[in-house]
Design a protein around this ligand. Structure first.
Ligand code: ATP
Length: 326
């Protein structure tokens, strides 16, 4: 879908992209980096709107340096900033964008109705956009990127300004762009965590440089840590403490840290599993103590953990825990 080779963009006082080489396939890909990392610059180059200083890039097999218009016919773009005219309705605006993309009038109206329904705008679609909430504006921006049925959409910070529920809704919509319509997505964000649930692949850049590019499952592969949660009992009013002591006596390695469980359900012990026998020891020990086993599950890495300075052995120490705005 997207390939770049030693792509660089230098402004007089700053290097926005520094010899970036990437190969991005179909599906949902997250491009994550702090504000100023070079995400928007990358998108503008991929659309053929801004020339690279060095290196090359291809989108859908087309060279960005020579095929900008052909790329923009096949690719949808959702810009980061508010760019909607306040006096027109979502329907008028999206029909206009569909016409600009070359759709005939009837097809433009039909596609607009379908796309606005897909992003969850109903009666409001006839009202002037000046009165829309941020969430509604983001949905219109997504709709205009999709209306001409592109093969790929580039979404620049689509969750910006949204509350947690709005973010979840938007991320769900983005996921469905790929699963329901087969349109590949490149989505930028400065929040690593939100890409974990949405993306198949994650590319992390910092200061214009590539920190890491890998599948989300590689980032979040399972660990050897098992979370164990037990109930308390009359004999053991602190079931977690009793289990901790018994497991330690049985030679099982426990992580010092505990995780807070749900109210009334005690705490969660983090056990190092050396093999299947660890599960058997935990099960038998819980039974011997007469406690109830609430859960025993293998933990997964979160993407953000991979970037913690003391990340698990073998992982690159790639930067801050959560990429925060500068
Ligand atoms: N036209 C320009 N002239 C000079 N410097 C620029 C220009 N556009 C971007 N930059 C600089 O290039 C760097 C990368 O900017 P870019 O907008 O690509 O970052 P970003 O990761 O998209 O962050 P944000 O989400 O804040 O836009 C920044 O230091 C920015 O100030």
């Amino acid at each position: 879908m997207i390939a770049t080779e030693s792509l660089s963009k230098r402004f007089p006082r700053v290097t926005a992209l520094d010899r970036l080489s990437l190969d991005i396939g179909p599906g949902v890909t997250g491009l994550v980096g702090a504000n100023g990392a070079g995400k928007s610059t990358m998108i503008k180059i991929l659309l053929g709107l801004s020339p690279a200083t060095e290196g090359r890039a291809e989108v859908l097999g087309l060279d960005v340096a020579t095929s900008g218009p052909a790329i923009r016919e096949r690719v949808g773009y959702m810009p980061e900033h508010d760019c909607l005219p306040p006096d027109v309705s979502a329907t008028e605006f999206v029909v206009h964008m569909a016409r600009m993309a070359g759709l005939p009038p009837t097809a433009a109206r039909e596609r607009t109705a379908d796309t606005l329904r897909h992003v969850g705008l109903y009666e409001e679609r006839y009202r002037p956009m000046g009165g829309y909430s941020t969430g509604m504006k983001q949905r219109v921006k997504l709709a205009q990127a999709l209306v001409h049925d592109p093969q790929l959409v580039l979404l620049d910070e689509p969750t910006n300004g949204l509350d947690p529920v709005g973010r979840d809704d938007m991320l769900g919509l983005i996921r469905r762009v790929w699963t329901d319509f087969g349109i590949s997505v490149l989505v930028t964000s400065h929040l690593l965590g939100e890409l974990e649930r949405t993306c198949d692949h994650v590319v992390v850049i910092d200061g214009g440089r590539l920190l890491r590019s890998s599948s989300t499952s590689d980032f979040t592969r399972t660990t050897t840590t098992v979370a164990v949660e037990v109930t308390d009992s009359d004999t053991h009013p602190d079931g977690t403490a009793a289990l901790r002591a018994a497991l330690t006596a049985a030679g099982v390695t426990l992580h010092a840290r505990v995780e807070e469980g749900l109210p009334g359900s005690g705490h969660i012990l983090l056990v190092e599993a050396t093999g299947d026998e660890t599960y058997d020891i935990v099960r038998d020990t819980v039974a011997d103590l007469g406690l109830g086993l609430v859960r025993m599950e293998q933990r997964r890495h979160h993407i953000a953990e991979v970037f913690r300075p003391d990340a698990t052995a073998g992982q690159p120490v790639a930067g801050p825990l959560e990429v925060q705005p500068r």
